[in-house]
Design a protein around this ligand. Structure first.
Ligand code: FES
Length: 292
């Protein structure tokens, strides 16, 4: 069985389910919503965890190279310390994301977190050993930590690339649309200030769209939430941090109606917004050209 097939099998197995719900609640109790949004990268418009993880992994990888040259080992020790310090906020950002993911991602996330914890422990031990002048033990522990961190990074990569953790779940739907104008029907059929379901598509593929009317203005979005495909037409329109937002019914992500930018997480990616024009009282929308 390949490594990836093994990870897929783990993601399907309920082995660690008992720890997931208490862990999820603990993370959300320790990290209130504004802190989680900071850690998700909602303010950045991009998930923060994959950006942050380069710091510890890069520092530890570089330390591994410096340790190959004995005169450079003190510099390697400095890098190991920098990696240990950076691993803490990196782990917090991962925990914040994990607490609002689907169950398959959360199962592999438990393994990812356990491997990272072991790697961090090995590096902490390496620092202690080096500080006490036990250089050989320090080398063994740090290379063991590098191996563990590398394995854990592979699991994290599988969570992103195979399980779509952190990617925009609206992009594939946007790509299924042509850039032709889509007739969404009469303006007067849209309810005022509430999301409504409309449908676009091409080649027999139906793409849900969510339209929000505010007077004569209509904002149209891909209807599946960028976070985990929540049905945005079942959401609400609310004022969040001074902006009118479309709020997802699943985990409460809020997208600015004017820009599609997230104003509240867990979403970190902007919601795909369509271009809109009126024609004889009918609403027409088309996807932005960047998808073609
Ligand atoms: S699916 Fe999670 S916030 Fe929309």
């Amino acid at each position: 069985m390949s490594l990836l097939a093994f990870l897929d099998r783990l993601a399907d197995a309920p082995t660690v389910d008992k720890v997931i719900e208490p862990g999820r609640r603990a993370v959300q109790a320790v990290l209130p919503r504004p802190v989680r949004d900071l850690l998700h990268g909602t303010w950045l418009g991009h998930p923060l965890h994959p950006v942050m993880m380069h710091v510890p992994v890069g520092a530890w990888m570089s330390a591994g190279v410096l340790d190959l040259v004995p005169p450079l080992r003190p510099a390697g020790t400095v890098l190991i310390g920098a990696g240990v310090a950076a691993a803490v906020p990196t782990a917090l950002s991962g925990a914040a994301d994990w607490s609002e993911q689907d169950i398959g991602v959360q199962r592999l996330g438990v393994l990812h977190a356990a491997a990272n914890t072991v790697a961090l422990g090995l590096y902490a031990g390496a620092l202690v050993a080096r500080a006490k002048g036990r250089g050989t033990l320090g080398l063994v522990l740090s290379y063991a930590g590098l191996g563990m961190a590398t394995g854990s990074a592979a699991i994290g990569g599988h969570m992103s690339y195979a399980q779509s953790s952190g990617v925009s779940h609206a992009t594939a739907a946007a790509q299924a649309l042509t850039t032709d104008w889509i007739d969404l029907g009469p303006l007067d059929d849209l309810p005022e200030g509430r999301p409504a379901l409309r449908t676009g598509g091409s080649d027999g593929v139906a793409v849900p769209l969510t339209a929000v009317r505010r007077g004569a203005k209509v904002d149209v979005f891909i209807g599946r939430c960028t976070h985990l495909s929540g049905p945005l037409h079942e959401g609400t329109v609310e004022q969040i941090r001074g902006a009118s937002c479309l709020v997802c019914p699943l985990h409460g992500s809020a997208f600015d109606l004017d820009t599609g930018e997230p104003r509240r997480g867990p979403a970190a990616n902007a919601q795909e917004k369509l271009e809109v024009r009126m024609d004889a009282g009918r609403v027409l929308a088309r996807v932005q050209g960047r998808h073609r």
